[in-house]
Structure formats: structure tokens, C-alpha cells
Design a protein around this ligand. Structure first.
Ligand code: ATP
Ligand code: MN
Ligand code: MN
Length: 371
């Protein structure tokens, strides 16, 4: 770990998908500040500025060295005036006054609190804020507010699901779901994805991809797993979205974060006895179970690699993969497929490596995608 950039260092790419970014962040002091500014811009619907700061943070996360002076950053891409001004403040004073001001701002704090509830996005949070609400009890005692099922469950299990999920808990959940899947069909394939696949120690949820080589059976497999978990009494909440995937309507021209495969957003009950290292509880808490957020997506086998790449993240890594494909290769990449606009053809892939190869990119391992 160096304090300054090595002299003959290769240029850092403006694309996150051409950088290797592990979970070790040598510039957290700057990237945490950028994230606060990005969140503020997001809740004010200033998308360009929000993205600008997220890009700046992503570049700093990829550095194997800690920035100690602004001069050392002059070769780095994506660092705009604002980002540099904030870094300058932090280098000089140890903190940014602009960021400190936001952190103590009532609107920022309230938005952060409200959006921490499962099912509550920036729009709902903003609506509640503008009604004068500042706390959960303000919201819950306002009889003119109707909470949907997801939000009701978000509040009901708030304590548990706002607490990070450990790797051991993720493994335990995987074995629970794997047992259910294999009881239904012996050739079910379950893969851990999301942040845990990138090597993170903790996550806000656990993400899985589920498929089967029996083409066309993946959606009923997912439905049967849900039924089984329900019967076992370990499904606390389930939001199911059936597949709207239609190959004949592809490729989709516009960037879409959401994909069209069958999926479900769950709250599951995880028993302490299933977790080797015990539950990730608050100190002194000796509950025998906890609630955990789980996402399960079920693509057909021949789209598995694309879904895996999309669901493994990080969000910035995926975003730049798509941007690289579009801008540098005239191709459209999404969670379903890769399309070459010049040749007017789909490019098939059975592994993530195939997709990187089609794009003419060096392969980046999942644990190097923490952009
Ligand atoms: P964390 O540890 O906080 O869970 P994460 O990287 O796993 O971090 P998630 O929000 O779980 O974050 O998302 C995992 C990946 O799945 C991301 O790449 C995201 O873009 C993708 N994703 C999340 N929700 C959807 C969705 N509804 N449709 C398609 N992709 C999604
Ligand atoms: Mn996740
Ligand atoms: Mn998720």
C-alpha cells in the first residue's frame, strides 16, 4: 500500500469495468464524503451531479494507494471541480464543512431515516417529510397515510432488516433455500450473487440466482420454492413478480436497471441454530432467530450468465459495462442479453468470461468489481 502513485503507473480508465476494485478502500475518508453529497443530490433529483460524485468515488475506490495531495490526482479521470474542492478541504482540515452541514441537516437526516425502511423510496420519504413528519412515530400515527404491504413489513421487521447480514448468515440462508430447491428438482442451480459474491463481509440483503437446465421450468421452480418456504413457516413476507421476459421484444434500447425475469423480494426467518457463528445480533440480544431480506431471481438457463453479471454488481460496475458496450462497441448489454447493433445479432454466452470476451474486455473477477 503506497501513499503516492507509483511513477510508471498505467492510466486509470474512466470505465469502472476496466478497473480492478477490491473491498479494500484506501480512500474511504473521501468516498464517504462524496456519498453524502451524492445522496443529497439524489433526493433533490439532481441526477447528473449525483452520478458525477458517484463516479469520482468509484475512481478513488480503485486506487491501491491513499491520496495525500491533490497533485497526485491530476491524471485521474472523473474527478470534477466539486470533488476536488471537497478533497482539498478534507486534506487540509480532516473534514469537509459542506458535508458536515448536510449531515446535520434535518431534511437529509429525515430522508435517510425514512428511506432506510424496506419499501420506502425517495419519493415517499419526500412526501412524508413535506407533510411535516420527522420520525417513524409521526408517520405511523398519521391516519391519512396508507402503508402498502411492503412498507408495513418494513416497519414490522425494521430492527432486524436494518442490521447488516453477515457472510455466515448468508451461507446459512443459502443452505436453507438450496434444500428447498433440491427437494423440488435435483438439478436446480442456486448461486450466491450481489455483494457477497464480490467478497463483502456484510450486506443489506442476500441475493441469489436460481435456474434449472430444464428450459421453461425456472419460473415454476421459483414459485414452488416460495410455497415450500411458506409451509415451513420461514417466509415472513413475499413480493413476487412474474416474468415479463419476451425474447422477441429484445433488445431493449433504453438503459433499464430492472430486468424482466421472474423474481421475488422476501423477508425470511433465519434460525440461530442454522448459523455456525451465531446470529449477527446487537450486543446482549439473545433472540433465537432474525429476519433477513432476500432477493431471488430466476432467469432461463441460456440467459443465466447475463443475469449473473447484472446481479453481481456493483451498480457502478454494471452501469459502466453497459456504457462501455454502447459507446465503445455499439452493443447493447443488459441483464438479459448482449446485442451487436452493427452486425444486428445477439451474442450468446454461457459464462461471464464469454461476455467480457465479446466486449473485448479483460476479465474482471467478482471480487474486483467493488467499483
Ligand atoms: P448490499 O450488500 O448492500 O446488498 P449489493 O451490491 O448486493 O449490496 P443489491 O441492492 O442487493 O446490492 O443489488 C445487487 C445487484 O442486483 C446490483 O448490481 C443491482 O444493480 C442489481 N439489482 C438490484 N435490484 C434489481 C432489480 N429489481 N432488477 C435487476 N437488478 C437488480
Ligand atoms: Mn445485496
Ligand atoms: Mn438485493
Amino acid at each position: 500500500r503506497e501513499d503516492f502513485p507509483p511513477t510508471a503507473e498505467a492510466a486509470v480508465s474512466q470505465y469502472a469495468c476496466q478497473r480492478r476494485t477490491t473491498t479494500e478502500n484506501n480512500n474511504k475518508i473521501f468516498t464517504d464524503a462524496f456519498e453524502v453529497l451524492a445522496e443529497r443530490y439524489q433526493s433533490n433529483e439532481m441526477e447528473r451531479r449525483c452520478l458525477g460524485l458517484r463516479r469520482a468515488a468509484s475512481v478513488l475506490k480503485s486506487l491501491p494507494w491513499a491520496v495525500r495531495s491533490l497533485e497526485s490526482t491530476h491524471n485521474l479521470p472523473c474527478l470534477g471541480e466539486h470533488a476536488k474542492a471537497v478533497m482539498d478541504e478534507i486534506l487540509e482540515h480532516g473534514l469537509s464543512f459542506e458535508v458536515e452541514k448536510i449531515l446535520s441537516d434535518e431534511r437529509y437526516q429525515t430522508m435517510k431515516l425514512f428511506t432506510s425502511v424496506f419499501g420506502v423510496g425517495p419519493k415517499t420519504a419526500d412526501k412524508w417529510y413535506r407533510r411535516g413528519h420527522r420520525s417513524f412515530s409521526d408517520v405511523l400515527t398519521d391516519r391519512s397515510i396508507h402503508l402498502n404491504q411492503m412498507q408495513q413489513n418494513g416497519f414490522l421487521h425494521y430492527g432486524d432488516i436494518s442490521r447488516a447480514v453477515s457472510k455466515a448468515e448468508a451461507r446459512a440462508l443459502m443452505s436453507v433455500i438450496d434444500e428447498a430447491a433440491h427437494a423440488i428438482t435435483p438439478n436446480a442451480i442456486l448461486t450466491l450473487t450481489g455483494g457477497f459474491r464480490r467478497g463483502k463481509e456484510f450486506g443489506h440483503d442476500v441475493d441469489f440466482i436460481l435456474t434449472t437446465p430444464e428450459q421453461g421450468k425456472e419460473e415454476s421452480l421459483l414459485q414452488n420454492i416460495i410455497k415450500r418456504l411458506k409451509k415451513q413457516g420461514i417466509l415472513l413476507y413475499c413480493e413476487y413478480q412474474s416474468s415479463t421476459f419476451d425474447m422477441s421484444k429484445l433488445p431493449i434500447q433504453k438503459f433499464k436497471a430492472m430486468d424482466q425475469f421472474a423474481k421475488c423480494f422476501l423477508i425470511m426467518r433465519l434460525e440461530s441454530s442454522r448459523v455456525e457463528e451465531g446470529l449477527h445480533n446487537v450486543e446482549g440480544d439473545s433472540k433465537s432467530w432474525r429476519a433477513v431480506r432476500v432477493d431471488l431471481v430466476s432467469p432461463p438457463m441460456d440467459h443465466y450468465a447475463f443475469a449473473l453479471l447484472g446481479w453481481s454488481g456493483s451498480t457502478m460496475f454494471d452501469r459502466d459495462l453497459r456504457r462501455f458496450a454502447r459507446v465503445e462497441r455499439r452493443m447493447i448489454l443488459d441483464n438479459h442479453c448482449l446485442y451487436n447493433k452493427t452486425k444486428k445479432e445477439f451474442l450468446a454466452a454461457t459464462t461471464e468470461k464469454d461476455i467480457f470476451a465479446h466486449l473485448g474486455l479483460e476479465y474482471i473477477e467478482p471480487w474486483q468489481r467493488n467499483a
